[in-house]
Design a binder for this molecule. Structure first.
Ligand code: ASP
Length: 441
């Protein structure tokens, strides 16, 4: 029998009703054998995630403040779930143990208990074995997860385990301390389990039916991306698409296990399939896979006659940025001009120093900082094969009277990055969406 690893996010497990949906999904396919749950998330928009309740509880406990009420509220979340699932089950011994340890076992221990307790309930409800993530996800003492060790330990522990629930988000360090990933880290656990168990697919269940072609706050009802490659996803994530925890890609990517993003509330929707680049050849239906934009950049524009013949010019410019600890995002250049696109926050407060260092280093004819730049990424593996994509992008921007400040196309031909003024960003995304997507629907 094949193996599917299924991870459910916090909103998919926020209450008994949601857990019933998740359980029905799991039971509907016998290959869904390993389940990685998050802690209960929000049930409504201004609800509080259990993980946040635990952090707040820890803040009080660690300075000796009374946290009884906060702890009761957490217990109530779980007891309501147990009651709603009509289970003959109690977490009282676990609650007592956690309360006793809360002040002394560290912030990450406290946070991890959200997944731990939810995992206990879900394992009992499904009738699956519960495997404590602390026993199988290995961290070093600096809090870095050790991939090889984790894979070996997971494989050994799961050898004869037909079906199991392994809580997300945490593990244990080699010296015995519970450690967590950064926020959203249950995605990483799911990926590690999928890799170790050589799953045919890693299903990641949330409350949306996949990755949208563009931000729904900018474009009205954008369509879902049916298939995206890891590389494309990386490009879009850099521009602010938040889809999966960054570290969740690597374990499955190295062995080409696809990730299927699915919606717990609409399991019939196909969702988005994230696949390896080499598996994507024939799957590209559209020229453009996604359009993303991000504000908050500035351009440092340098001009100097005969710049291109001055050996080491760009290096000297970049050294100034490196010395001042300013990360550089893009470097579009002309014959006698060079722009450095950088995060505006990284430059803030250092403007005068940056200009004077640059004048000293390369003696430009002019140098200025242009604020309020937004970057727009038009991403698509289909662009490689389609001629005229750039023409269509720029024609549509021109048509909308949007001034293009810079253009950057990487050698992968997967991505065209366009710099525009911040106030033009949304309009630019909309007109490219219209040109490439709406027009084909
Ligand atoms: N519960 C953790 C968080 O809220 C981890 C996760 O849900 O993935 O960040």
């Amino acid at each position: 029998m094949g193996v599917k690893v299924v991870k459910f996010g916090g909103s998919s497990l926020a209450d008994a009703g949601q857990i019933k949906k998740a359980a029905a999904i799991i039971k509907s396919d016998p290959e869904r054998r390993y389940v990685v749950p998050s802690a209960p998330g929000k049930r409504f928009s201004d609800d509080i995630k259990v993980t946040d309740m635990l952090y707040a509880c820890y803040e009080k406990a660690s300075v000796g403040q009374n946290f009884d009420q906060d702890f009761e509220n957490i217990k109530k979340r779980y007891n309501d779930i147990i009651a709603g699932l009509e289970m003959d089950f109690t977490l009282e011994p676990e609650f007592a143990e956690i309360k006793k340890n809360l002040a002394t076992s560290g912030r990450e221990y406290a946070a991890s208990r959200g997944e731990f307790l939810n995992g206990k309930i879900i394992a009992a409800y499904l009738g699956y074995e519960f495997i404590d993530a602390a026993d199988v996800i290995v961290f070093n003492d600096e809090g870095v997860m050790l991939r090889r060790e984790t894979r070996a330990v997971l494989r050994e522990r799961m050898k004869n385990v037909e079906r199991a629930v392994i809580p997300g988000f945490y593990g244990r360090s080699q010296s015995g301390v519970v450690r967590t990933f950064s926020r959203g880290g249950s995605d990483v656990t799911g990926s590690l389990v999928a890799r170790a168990m050589r799953a045919s697919v890693y299903e990641n269940w949330t409350d949306v039916s996949g990755v949208l072609v563009a931000d729904p706050r900018v474009v009205d009802q954008p369509i879902v991306i049916p298939v995206i490659t890891y590389k494309e996803l990386r490009e879009l994530s850099y521009m602010g698409f938040s889809v999966l925890h960054e570290d969740a890609i690597f374990p499955v990517r190295t062995v080409s296990i696809p990730i299927n993003l699915k919606n717990t509330n609409h399991p019939e929707d196909p969702g988005t399939l994230i696949i390896a680049d080499q598996d994507a050849e024939e799957t590209s239906l559209r020229t453009i896979t996604g359009i993303a934009g991000k504000k908050g950049f500035c351009a440092v524009n340098l001009e100097k006659a005969m710049m291109n013949s001055e050996v080491g010019f760009i290096r000297d410019v970049l050294n100034v940025f490196a010395d001042m600890q300013i990360p550089v995002e893009h470097i579009p250049s002309g014959i006698d001009t060079l722009s450095i696109i950088a995060d505006a926050d990284a430059i803030e407060g250092k403007e005068e120093q940056l200009l004077s260092e640059l004048r000293k280093a390369v003696e430009p004819d002019s140098v200025e900082i242009e604020p309020d730049i937004a970057l727009l990424a038009v991403v698509g593996r289909g662009m490689r094969k389609t001629r005229g994509t750039a023409a269509r992008i720029f024609a549509s921007l021109a048509h909308a009277r949007i001034n293009v400040k810079m253009i950057d196309q990487g050698s992968s031909e997967l991505n065209v990055i366009v710099g525009v003024n911040e106030h033009d960003l949304h309009q630019a995304i909309r007109c490219i969406y219209d040109a490439f997507i709406s027009s084909t629907l």
